[in-house]
Design a protein around this ligand. Structure first.
Ligand SMILES: Cc1ncc(COP(=O)(O)O)c(C=O)c1O
Length: 468
């Protein structure tokens, strides 16, 4: 392989993988690895195409400022292309986006402006409205408008879909695809209509998006919202999404999407992002519903590196009810990091203070239980650490045993919720343990979370535990 001249040459020409580890019913399933684009998602294609089309139309030239409203991936693609070609870039992103994306965009040189995420498209504080306004205000600036820009869909009609068609030896029956701006699914569908109109176009839509109901002719009916998916789905249909090209739809929940990507990693060794989970879950469902063999193609449209601490983290998912968790009907249900799920973050008495400090930082907790043989023998918190190392840094290398608190106030898992209050009034954390075992810690925030979750169920706090 010869050296390449620019990262931009690495956009597109992505590999196609045959999926072998999953039950695909009578079908064969293939996934195009769009996570292999240099920006880590399929959106690199549209980003490059929009900038190059604007250049060839004489609409922009190096030195201009490009503006876009984005939930992140198109922004990454634009930042990559803009920096190589000498454009300034202003990105307006809703404040709900994954903070790692914002860090990446800023590190790539983009001027990132945050906007409210709780308002609809027609609101002046919506990120799209702000981007449009900025383009009017900033001299020499251009709004790229991925939602309506025809070059975005053309990137897929002329790039993604022809690549797929050749990789499948011109033999495929269905394409399962999500839609953000709609450019990918519409562009690919236009190509397939030309080469083989029988290729079925299947929309994979996350819960809470109105696209699936709009295709089904049920109007724009938002369901309960997804808390994980950022890049696909939407609450109003964008210009690039041509509903007439779509034959059928599957709606995918957060649970299904996060389960699908964790299985994809285990079974195929691919670290996909949460939008990939929506694609895969819908594609598997489609495959299993068929009564005749079909060759089905879908996308690994994004990388999972940014969601390792969310969609791939068992305790994060457990905490949000996105993987089933055993309910005990007692105080154990309030614990975020449970020992019986293997989720507890702890140290042993022989670990050093430096290890304790590293774990506190890594897991973003304020204290750690000190465990020996499954039983709690101490507790070490930030102030114990600080007081220990303030006078003498060498204590970082000393064992936790020398600095931990050993006078522990334990609360039996069968105690009532109200028995936590005296512990919290003393500004302590509740240690849920019985004579033989440690179950986990309950903090004041854990109790607030529990009260919020059970808000609708009861006005009597102790009533939602079975025993009380
Ligand atoms: C992860 C991911 N998947 C899919 C898409 C496809 O979206 P669109 O409909 O905008 O082409 C995007 C676009 O941002 C994306 O980031």
């Amino acid at each position: 392989m010869n050296p390449i001249e620019s990262m931009l040459h690495l956009i597109g020409n992505t590999p196609m993988l045959r999926i072998t580890g999953f039950d695909t019913g009578p079908c064969e399933l293939f996934m195009k690895l769009e996570n292999r684009n240099p920006g880590g998602s399929i959106s690199d294609r549209g980003a490059r195409a929009m900038i190059e089309a604007a250049e060839s139309e004489g609409w922009i030239s190096p030195g201009d400022t490009l503006i876009e409203a984005t939930t992140g991936n198109t922004g990454v693609g634009l930042a990559l292309v803009a920096a190589r070609k000498g454009y300034a870039l202003v990105l307006v992103v809703p404040e709900s986006v994954n903070p790692d994306k914002v860090l990446q965009l800023r590190a790539m040189g983009a001027d990132v402006r945050m906007a409210r995420s709780d308002v609809d498209l027609d609101h002046p504080a919506h990120y799209v409205s702000i981007a449009r306004r900025l383009a009017d205000e900033l001299p020499g600036s251009r709004y790229l408008d991925q939602q309506a820009n025809p070059a975005n869909a053309r990137a897929h009609e002329e790039g993604t879909a022809p690549e797929m068609w050749e990789q499948m030896q011109r033999d495929m029956d269905a394409f399962v695809c999500g839609a953000g701006s709609g450019a990918t699914i519409s562009g690919c569908a236009r190509f397939f209509r030309k080469v083989n109109a029988a290729v079925e176009i299947v929309l994979a839509d996350p819960e809470g998006s109105v696209y699936a109901s709009a295709v089904e002719g049920a109007g724009h009916v938002p369901g309960p919202g997804s808390s994980l998916v950022e890049d696909i789905g939407g609450r109003s249909v964008p210009r690039n999404l041509d509903l007439d090209l779509i034959n059928s739809t599957y709606t995918v929940s957060d649970v299904e999407a996060s389960t699908a990507i964790r299985q994809l990693l285990m079974l195929e060794g691919i670290l996909g992002g949460i939008s990939t989970g929506v694609h895969l879950a819908a594609a598997l469902e489609y495959c299993r519903m068929q009564s005749t063999p079909k060759r089905v193609v879908s996308l690994v449209c994004d990388s999972g590196y940014r969601v390792l601490s969310t969609a791939y983290d068992e305790s994060w998912l457990l905490d949000r009810g996105l993987v089933p968790r055993k309910a005990h009907g007692d105080l154990r249900d309030l614990i975020t990091h449970r020992a019986d799920d293997g989720g507890v973050v702890s140290v042993s008495p022989e670990d050093t203070l430096l290890s304790a400090y590293t774990r506190i930082r890594m897991f973003d907790v304020s204290q750690l239980p000190v465990l020996e043989g499954g039983r709690i023998v101490g507790l070490i918190d930030e102030s114990d650490l600080l007081l220990a190392v303030y006078d003498n840094r060498k204590y970082f290398d000393y064992p936790v045993r020398d600095f931990m608190i050993t006078r522990l106030e334990k609360v039996d898992p069968n105690a009532s919720i109200s028995s936590l209050l005296p512990v919290f009034r003393g500004d302590h954390v509740a240690i849920i343990a019985d004579d033989s075992r440690f179950y986990g810690l309950v903090t004041q925030v854990d109790l607030i979370d529990h009260l919020r979750k059970t808000m609708q169920d009861t006005s009597d706090t102790d009533r939602d535990l079975n025993h009380a």
